[in-house]
Design a protein around this ligand. Structure first.
Ligand code: FAD
Ligand code: NAD
Length: 402
């Protein structure tokens, strides 16, 4: 009898961790394992703001998948997933197709522009290594050409960030560290550079308490960020954002949209039942009505029954989904009971550059400044450890002292 074929789509936090667990816990006689990912590397999505602004090299934020999974045990396919054909248990790839008995969809997030006119065409978004590297190169070019291009304008040195959620704030934190270095490198007067954030809500990061929010706001303002809070972005043109009721144009040479994310568009193309871009999964993380399909990470809404709303999509949650999913696939193969996902909230930290941050950890302890920045590095190194093991931590980990 042929062995069941388990196919995992995506090698991010959820997909890679699921496959590492399966490879460890299922014998070769129990199942064939196949991982499909667009690239031959895994990247740390949670480090992309550092890549985009140029704090770290793109290579520090990624590692080869074949370094952490044994290709003799797991068949590795580097290709783009186009669609899942559920009726035929088949996945269509850009360059082929593959069938499955059990499927794990862990294709992560895409930028969500909420249909704001011109945003997709004119603003950068931080979604993967390629898009982040492009921002880094663009930003550097604005400084490099300022003193040589006779058509250069002072607004070319303005950096406009749309949205002050976690991603927007972490980008601002990197920018305030990086801009003085770029000014020095390219002989640009720091006073000519503007960093402007536009946020529709009256505050940044509303999930933190008032004290931490005002700490973060002041820390960024003191280092040169101009906040335009309570200001909705209406449109993005080639020149910049059009904001507010009076449709003011804010001109900038670099425009980055960090106003929200949604699940992979493959879900919609594949005819899953979608709510705001994602599939609301059952307690055991399966897609409703599909006994052999699990949906994880940023592709899934996992309900927080107590709060009556889904848990926020995070890397922390994605890796925990992986553990439940791999246990449940083993249970299905072995005929035992499936477990229900229980989120173990270890806290949240937002960086404000390399040496500053805010956070709430270990059921309510609040951190700010260097303590938060240190905790963020611990979290980053833990993630590499869980996905790549101790050797990868030594290779890619963050150990530089302040
Ligand atoms: P991902 O990690 O995005 O992985 C998806 C994988 O699928 C990728 O390898 C991708 O290349 C691949 N893929 C996508 N589409 C296709 C396709 N069509 N075909 C083949 N392969 C495909 N969360 C936290 O908990 N803590 C943080 O500090 C934090 N910081 C963040 C900072 C930034 C700048 C951003 C953008 C997000 C941050 N998040 C953080 C959120 C976190 O990154 C996501 O919740 C997490 O990445 C979701 O994991 P995932 O496995 O679902 O998807
Ligand atoms: P988000 O949805 O959390 O924040 C987007 C922000 O953009 C919101 O504050 C929203 O009010 C604002 N916005 C939306 N439309 C706007 C408009 N038209 N004009 C002005 N402002 C507008 O998105 P994100 O920051 O990309 O985060 C996505 C997910 O990733 C979240 O679940 C977050 O928890 C996670 N994340 C976590 C961390 C961390 O833990 N350190 C870091 C980054 C991201």
């Amino acid at each position: 009898m042929s062995k069941p074929k388990i196919v995992v789509l995506g090698a991010g936090y959820a997909g890679l961790k699921t496959m590492r667990n399966l490879a460890k816990n299922l014998g070769p006689e129990e199942a064939d394992l196949i991982l499909v990912n667009k690239h031959n590397y895994h990247y740390e999505s949670t480090w992309l703001h550092e890549v985009a602004v140029g704090t770290i090299n793109p290579n520090q934020a990624r590692f080869m998948i074949s370094d952490v999974l044994n290709p003799n045990r797991v068949r590795l396919i580097y290709d783009e997933v186009v669609e899942v054909q559920k009726e035929d248990q088949r996945v269509i790839l850009e360059n082929g197709e593959i069938t499955y008995d059990y499927l794990v969809v862990a294709l992560g997030f895409e930028s969500n522009t909420f249909g704001i006119k011109g945003m997709e065409e004119n603003a950068f978004a931080i979604v993967d290594i390629d898009s982040s590297r492009e921002i880094r190169e663009h930003l550097e070019l604005q400084f490099a050409k300022y003193n040589t291009d006779e058509n250069a304008k002072e607004s070319d040195l303005t950096i406009l960030i749309g949205g002050a959620g976690f991603t927007g704030i972490e980008v601002l934190g990197e920018l305030v560290d990086r801009i003085p270095k770029l000014c020095k490198k390219y002989d640009v007067d720091r006073h000519k550079v503007k960093i402007i954030n536009v946020e529709a809500m009256p505050t940044i990061l509303p999930m933190f308490d008032e004290e931490l929010v005002s700490y973060a706001t002041k820390a960024l303002e003191d280092r040169g960020v101009e906040f335009r809070l309570g200001t909705a972005i209406k449109e993005c043109t080639e020149k910049g954002f059009i904001v507010g009721e009076d449709e003011e144009l804010i001109e900038a040479g670099t425009v980055i949209w960090t106003g929200g994310v949604t699940g992979s568009s493959v879900l919609t193309k594949s005819g899953f039942d979608i709510t705001r871009g994602k599939v609301t999964v059952d307690g055991d993380l399966r897609a409703p009505g599909h006994e052999n399909i699990f949906i994880l990470g940023d592709c899934a809404w996992v309900m927080d029954e107590e709060a009556g709303r889904p848990f926020p999509p995070t890397a922390q949650a994605a890796m925990q989904h992986a553990d439940t999913c791999s246990n449940n696939i083993a249970a299905l193969l072995r005929g035992s009971a499936l477990e229900t996902f229980v989120f173990d909230d270890k806290g949240t930290v937002a960086s404000l550059g390399t040496t500053d941050g805010i956070g709430t950890v270990l059921s309510g302890t609040e951190l700010k400044g260097k303590a938060a920045a240190t905790m963020k590095k611990v979290v980053d190194n833990r993630s590499i450890f869980l996905l790549g093991g101790p050797k990868m931590v030594l290779k890619k980990g963050k150990f530089r002292p302040f």
